[in-house]
Design a binder for this molecule. Structure first.
Ligand code: FES
Ligand code: FES
Length: 148
C-alpha cells in the first residue's frame, strides 16, 4: 500500500491492502477521533469523508481509497465547523462515543442539502446512538441550516 491523502496531507502507509481504512487511521496514523463500533457498516461510528461523501471506514479496504480523506480531526482546526458549533450549543452528545461519526454524517448531509427536512435527516443519518441523541441531532442540523 502506498500513500493516502488524509486531512490535506499526503501520508505513506505500509499495511496490507485489505486493512480497513479505520484501522489505518486509528492504529497507523494515531487519529483516534474516528471510532470503532460494530465493524460491519451498521452503526456509523467510523464515518469519515472521502471526497466529501460519508463513508463507513470500517469496511473500506485501504487499497480502495482513491480520494481525499477527511476525518473528524480535519473537519476544522479548532472545532469551528458550523456543525461542531451547533453540537456544542445544543449539547448534543451524551456519552459522545457515536458523535464524531454523527458530526461527519451531518456535515456531509448539509453540504449536499442546505435545508434538509426531518425525513431527509432521518434518511441520511442512519448512525446508531445507544444514548438516543437522535432528537438533538435533528435539532442541531436544523440550527445549522437556519444559521447558514
Ligand atoms: S464501526 Fe463502522 S459502521 Fe459501525
Ligand atoms: S452519545 Fe452515546 S452513543 Fe451516542
Amino acid at each position: 500500500m502506498g500513500t493516502l491523502n488524509v486531512n490535506g496531507k499526503q501520508v505513506s502507509v505500509n499495511v496490507e491492502d485489505d486493512m480497513p481504512l479505520l484501522w489505518v487511521l486509528r492504529d497507523e496514523l494515531g487519529m483516534t477521533g474516528t471510532k470503532y463500533g460494530c465493524g460491519i457498516a451498521m452503526c456509523g461510528a467510523c464515518t469519515v469523508h472521502i471526497d466529501g461523501k460519508p463513508v463507513r471506514s470500517c469496511v473500506m479496504p485501504v487499497s480502495a481509497v482513491t480520494g481525499k480523506v477527511i476525518t473528524i480531526e480535519g473537519l476544522s482546526k479548532d472545532g469551528s465547523h458550523p456543525v461542531q458549533k451547533a453540537w456544542v450549543k445544543l449539547q448534543v452528545p451524551q456519552c459522545g462515543y457515536c458523535q464524531s461519526g454523527m458530526i461527519m454524517a451531518a456535515a456531509a448531509l448539509l453540504k449536499e442539502v442546505k435545508n434538509p427536512s426531518d425525513a431527509q435527516i432521518n434518511d441520511a443519518m442512519s448512525n446508531i446512538c445507544r444514548c438516543g441523541t437522535y432528537a438533538r441531532v435533528r435539532e442541531a442540523i436544523h440550527l445549522v441550516a437556519k444559521s447558514a
